[in-house]
Every structure is written in structure tokens, then in C-alpha cells.
Design a protein around this ligand. Sequence first.
Ligand SMILES: Nc1ncnc2c1ncn2[C@@H]1O[C@H](COP(=O)(O)OP(=O)(O)O)[C@@H](O)[C@H]1O
Ligand SMILES: [Mg+2]
Length: 277
Amino acid sequence: MSVTGNGTTSASDPRGLGPADAAAGVAKSMRIRGLFKEYRPGVPVLKGIDLDLEGQGVTAIIGPSGTGKSTLLRCMNRLVEPTRGEIIFEGQDIVSLNRAGLRRLRRKVGMVFQEYNLVERLSVIENLLCGRLGYVSPFKAWLRRFPAEDIDRAFELLDAVGLGEFAQQRADNLSGGQRQRVGIARALMQAPHILLADEPTSSLDPKTSVEIMELMAKLAGERDIPVVVNIHDVALGRRFAQRVVGMSEGTIVYDGPPGGLTDAHLKEIYGGEDWLN
Ligand SMILES: Nc1ncnc2c1ncn2[C@@H]1O[C@H](COP(=O)(O)OP(=O)(O)O)[C@@H](O)[C@H]1O
Ligand SMILES: [Mg+2]
């Protein structure tokens, strides 16, 4: 029995989806239609996004700073309220969810952050056991009592991200790359049906960035879930993604394999051309 109620089941478990949903082929899929977001009335940041995410593999969302990548990702777990449009996750429109629905949604949508969002004073293993979406239950952290199966799962995930030896270390003792590995393991604790990562490498040096993207790609390959990574580093995105979505000023201007991305596309996405040489 899971006391915490968060993901202790295997990745193949439909986790509460009705059989009808699974039969309809909507499990682990997200369908976005006509998505607009305005932080200020009349100033859209997202201007009619259509995007389908399903199946396995990494989708890299590229585009210049300020183009709406984070806003798009944050709409997908309702950290940001969409202004209009549809986001259908596993057959259900998440734009209209109530609080309980939102909690269920966020259990299924794993999130990895640029700044890791770890609880610095807690150990690595406690970060996995307590954290979700960067929020922690102080009561549980204080109690430090967790179901054995959650603890087993946390250790398995730490091994999977190469941090098996670091379980008892405090988060604030770790390097940036190690912290991000904890962030990834924490997101996987809940056995998410989709994994979103917002610039997971932009606080890291180039070598560590490659290692983190390698890890994301490997984990994506092992789990049958879509992995979406916002990344402004085009080369890194192209190298590790099966699909690239290029954004410019709140719209999608390219959606296809990395190999199909031409200089003309990059010019449209990033503007200018001097930087291409
Ligand atoms: N909470 C917010 N309130 C107001 N404006 C915001 C907020 N978050 C982002 N923006 C604006 O929305 C636009 C897109 O931002 P963002 O989604 O962060 O882009 P990206 O992730 O591609 O850099 C920017 O102009 C940014 O200033
Ligand atoms: Mg961003």
C-alpha cells in the first residue's frame, strides 16, 4: 500500500486510467489545439499552438529566449493558465480541471526544472521521496517515514541516474549535474505518463549538459512515454531528439525530424543569419 499516494507503480501501469481510455489509444498522449496565452490582455505570448505528443522519444522545443517555450510547457501542467484553446491529456481537457483534477494531472506529468528546485537541506533520497513538482510536504519530510516500496523505488531510480552512492548526501553538497540527475529521478518517482523538462541543461557546463541530455534520451528510450525538452541550444536539441519543434514569437514554425531542419528554418526561428556560420 502506498501511504503517500504518489507513483509507486510501474511505468506500464495505466495508473487509474479507465479501460475505455486505454482502449481508445489516448493513454500517454497530449493533444494541443489552438492554444493562446496572454499574460497581459491583448498581448498573446502563445498564438495558436497545435501540437500532438505521444509515444516514445524526445521532442526538443527550440527557439530564442522569450518566444514562449516555458509558457507552453507550463500550460501543459497548468502551472500557467491557458487563455484559450484545448489541451487534451489522455482524453481529458485539462484546461477545465478542478483542484482535485489538477492534483491527478500533476501526478502524471513529470517536470524537470532548469534550477533543479531541490530542497537543499534534505538528503538526495528525501528529495525523491518528498518532492513533486518542486513542492515538498514539510510534514512528511519532518516525519521521515516513507513506505518501503517508495524507498525501494527511490533507490532504483538513483541507480538509474548514476547516483546510487549519493542517497544520504545533502542536496546542497552536489554539483549542478548531480542535482539535475536528482531532479530527473524525482520527476520519475511518480511514474509520469509524460515528462517535461524546461531548459534542464542551461545552468550546466557543456560536457555536463551532454551527459544530462544523454541521460534524458536513455530514460526516454526505456520508458514508453513522451519526453519534451525545452532547449535553446540547437545543436544539443538536434543531437538527442527524435523530433524538433521550432518556435518563433509564439508560433510553431517547424515540426519534424532534426535532419529536416535547414538553415532557412533556423533563420526563421532565430532571425538573422550571421550566427549560422
Ligand atoms: N509570469 C509572466 N508574466 C508576464 N509575462 C510573462 C510571464 N512569463 C513569461 N512572460 C513573458 O512571456 C514571453 C514568453 O516567455 P517564456 O515563455 O518564458 O519564453 P521562453 O521560455 O521561450 O524564453 C516573454 O515575453 C516573457 O517576458
Ligand atoms: Mg524558458
